[in-house]
Ligand binder design. Structure first.
Ligand code: MRU
Length: 359
């Protein structure tokens, strides 16, 4: 997507290195960060310089390419995969990318593996872009249908950041937004701030502004009120892992939005590219939920009056805090899942019909 008119991706390869946009510095600073080793890739995922399930998958693929450039033996590649998978537990894209890379590399002679790893990582990135573009087309049809039956802009609510910053390009939940805007459909996005890390306020608001999409940031608690007053036409969120029965794991707070949407008759869609669907898990109850540092709840960072990024404490000193980073929205609250292969019911049958080769 565009930054001030310039098409930009979140990750790109160099000669034996990879560059990423450091998302811990947005929206206040645009910094390109270089990954030169497996350890750099693992650190970038762990501290969330890169985040969002599809982009984490792409970074894992390049992390294995960096590892293979150093040692492409079986043991080294397995160990690199384990290191990368251990960085974050919830998004299934880490395991997916490691499985895919190892399946491609291990049958090859060791001398050919590094070159093949760089190629395969690039293929994974191109597939990510194509999948999200297709999600954009399918999702834009849903937005168009709403635009056809109401005057004024379509008001779409999204949670966290499932935009192009969460993928290689386009994003998942925001791909339909970009496709709809490109098609000239009048659209406005309600952006949940998404405490505690504020990916909505800092990342979604930044990328929508840079691409020129109308949007308004709201406190996480405002969505239900806006839905009660007819100010939300549909919700589209992303997913870090969707189980085989259509239960959707996404950023903490998604479940509450789905409940409010159900109560108010607002369609609630989930954008899920194939690699984010885990057919090995029968239901969302089996998805591991990442517990993150309490400091993300007790503290906030932002710009002070002198333009310096500072961190401030919100809570009484020593206040206990809990920080589950994801929740599971049961399939019964999901109107439909938007995949690269089309829109389906959030159910075992709906997903199996689109991905028969995976069940
Ligand atoms: O913790 P993060 O920022 O990596 O969380 C991922 C997300 O941004 C969301 O949960 C998103 O909706 C799914 S990833 C497209």
């Amino acid at each position: 997507m565009n930054i001030d008119g310039n098409p930009t991706r979140t990750i790109w390869p160099l000669e034996n290195a990879v560059e990423i946009i450091d998302q811990t510095r947005l929206p206040h600073e645009f910094v390109v960060h270089r990954l030169a080793s497996l350890e750099d890739a693992a650190e970038a995922i762990r501290v969330m310089r890169v985040r969002g399930a599809p982009l984490i998958g792409a970074t894992v693929a390049y992390g294995l390419a960096l590892a293979a450039s150093r040692d492409a033996g079986d043991d080294a590649l397995h160990a690199a995969g384990d290191t990368l998978i251990a960085t974050r537990p919830t998004a299934v894209n880490l395991q997916w990318a490691v499985r895919r890379m190892l399946a491609r590399l291990l049958p090859l002679p060791v001398a050919q593996r590094a070159a093949a790893a760089w190629c395969e990582a690039a293929v994974i990135c191109e597939e990510d872009v194509a999948q999200n573009q297709a999600i954009g087309r399918h999702g834009a049809n849903l937005i168009q249908a709403i635009a056809n039956r109401k005057p004024g802009p379509v008001n779409l609510l999204t949670h966290c950041n499932a935009g192009w910053l969460a993928a290689v390009d386009w994003g998942t939940a925001l791909a339909p937004v970009y496709a709809a805007v490109a098609a000239g459909i009048p659209l406005h996005v309600w952006v949940d701030e998404t405490r505690p890390r504020n990916q909505g306020a800092s990342l979604t608001a930044w990328e929508l502004a840079k691409h020129g999409v109308a949007h308004t940031v709201i406190a996480d608690n405002a969505g239900g009120h806006l839905m009660q007053h007819g100010r939300v036409d549909l919700c589209i969120v992303g997913t870090d892992r969707t189980a085989a029965n259509g239960d959707v794991c996404n950023k903490i707070g998604t479940y509450l939005k789905a409940l409010a949407a159900q109560d108010n008759g607002v369609p609630f869609y989930v954008a899920a590219p194939g690699p984010s669907i885990d057919f090995a898990l029968a239901s969302g109850r089996e998805i591991p939920i990442e517990e993150r540092s309490a400091e993300e709840v007790t503290h906030l960072s932002g710009l002070d009056g002198e333009g310096r990024i500072v961190k401030v404490r919100l809570t009484p000193e020593g206040c206990p805090a809990a920080n589950p980073a994801f929740d599971v929205t049961p399939a019964r609250l999901v109107t439909g899942i938007i995949t690269e292969r089309g829109v389906c019911a959030a159910s075992r049958e709906g997903l199996a019909a689109l991905y028969p080769e995976r069940v």
